[in-house]
Design a protein around this ligand. Sequence first.
Ligand code: DSN
Length: 433
Amino acid sequence: MTQISELIKAEEKRQKETLMMIPSENYASKAVREAVGSVLMNKYSEGYPGKRYYQGNKVADQVEILAQDLAKKLFGVEHVNVQPYSGSPANAEVFFALVNPGEKIMGLKLSSGGHLTHGHPDITFSGKFFKSVQFGTKDDGVIDYDEVEKIAKKEKPKLMIIGTTAYPLILDWKRLGEIADAIGAYLVADISHIAGLIIAGVYPSPVAFAHVVTTTTHKTLRGPRGAMIMVTKKGIKKDSEISDKIDRAVFPGLQGGPHNNTTAGIAQALSEAEEPEFKKYAEQIVKNAKVLAEELQKRGLTLVTGGTECHLMVIDLRPLVLSGNIVAEALEAAGIVTNRNSVPNDFMPPFYPSGIRLGTPGVTTRGMKEPQMKIIADWILKVVDHVKNEKLPEEKNERAKFIKYFREKIAEDKFLKDIASEVKLLCKKFPTP
Ligand code: DSN
């Protein structure tokens, strides 16, 4: 075995024996993985179907058209570009197509559940190349749409990009569309986290209200790591050249050759999402998240916004005076893989935030249902209780050292090891695809 195949085996074992509870992750099907690992990766195809810069693209053209057609059908959009390498490039491409450097964009703050590319100031292209206006949430973590309207009307951004990575409630797309229309702005809906839920009809679609929709393809959609940019009827009505502008921004604007193997994986994932079982799957993701949220709250944990209406939730650890880093490390030692996350108005920096983000897409793909969510909630509560006296040093320079020490200490912790063994047993009953 080569070193890399050994590492792949090790990662496969990790994925099989632990609970994937990071809400942006999922297990792609074998067919999706085969498409991504196929010979399509050997082909260069700069351009678009029927308009390539290289010979030999008859099959690549068919693959790309199939992915576009499936996305058009499933999301009810007019135009689709399936070439963006991932979510951040997709958003950059939309900005490149529709906004000039120095013009204003508006989005939800990362710390309130938005995304880095939605105008995070100073450290991202979206906050450096454009004038970025950001809005947050109220202290309870809920978006105040009157406030969003007030800011939009005052600042008059040319483009509003709205999407979530850690916002547990359903977005009011209609209201957001009305706000954008009132100031003549483009509304870009970034549905990366919820694309699969939207296809299944368990989360409202923004397509009637937004001009452009961006999404990654590997989260609730369960495809390969990639992205799509979609143009709606409303988008074309606002700007008849919008689709061309977007296509040109993707290639040659910001990218070279598309990854045909990924495009094939996207087409495969979309064809799986067309099946009736996918609707049941997405319904179960939300049912599972609601049960998990209820159990955690019933037994004393605080959740941002007080619960969930989708696939994810964020535990606010501030009432327990606990750090997200400590809890995330301890959960991992117990076989429950999550990520630490900022909570609204967090007084701690993003690297040492006060929350834990949890999601149910991965465990639902394995076939877990409400009874397993109750068991998982019980383990999470036990782990949180087990580390309740562990405190992150107040001294900034001491924090990294402490986390390293804590990680080594808990690697030998019998209580956490015992939970990890129980997790492994549960995982065995619910195989990964
Ligand atoms: N990294 C993704 C997430 O975890 O939500 C967003 O890009």
